[in-house]
Design a protein around this ligand. Sequence first.
Ligand SMILES: [Zn+2]
Length: 305
Amino acid sequence: MNEFKGLNIVWLSETDLTNLNAGEGESNFIDVKKFKKDSIEYPYVSGQAMRFYLKEAMRRSLEDGEYMCIPDDQGETCGDIKKCIMCDLFGFMTTEKGKGAKTRVSPIKVSPAIGLLPFDENANVDFLTRRHRVSEGAKMEGDIVNVEIGTNIYKGGISIDMVRVGSNEKVDDDKRTVSIENVLDASEKKKRVKKTLEALKYLSDYSKQARLLTDFSPDVIAISLQNKYSHRLQKLFELNNGREINIQRLNEILDDVSSYSDKILFGMISGVVKNEAEVKKAVEAKGIIVKTPSEVINEAINLVK
Ligand SMILES: [Zn+2]
């Protein structure tokens, strides 16, 4: 990892919206967050929610001696980046008495999960009865809950600024320069990056048990280990309404990103995108062997070691 400056992950995940947002609140209409592009609605899950899922997946995998603080009732975190994995990787804003606000920009960027297929063509409103007990001994009563359901293919992304993991920016006002001051040694930094990659796997285990979340584990994934910090890989996947990946775009972005990457990994399971044979051919023509998503995440973990 010594020379890697950026690690980017972009993935597609086919989901069933049945349990997406289900159980949230007591409202009788459980809807899906949507945004509009060219007057067509698409579903999405906010970046903040995706960060939360990633953080919680990491928290569940904490080992002895590893620490992640819990925000206080003001939402403030400990700010100790040496000790706290969360404050280091996800940044913070705290106020110290007499010193004002202290902020840390998150070295890990998490994008919203964007549905790539139009919502209307892939959704229904489902009616289900929610039963609740009115009082002891009384018969069960039910009310009708409308749940929006549908399938979609979501695109998710994570970008890690490897240099800023376990380090602080030091501004020298006299020399007018900014330098990096390491708080952790190289092996500790690597451990935290590895932990993030592992969380991507745990994201699926976790989500299967969470009422709030559908399975966001990657079905099609690309990971780049870059010697330059850039988010370019995040543009890799463009999907048309026929569930076909834009091959020209795929080629263009792979060419761009390979010019500053030591390694690009690609994983895919079958039955998610329609033109998977074409995708495989295009990726392998770049000298990248297509494996399964979990193989690819494991390979990335080994490369960071
Ligand atoms: Zn903390």
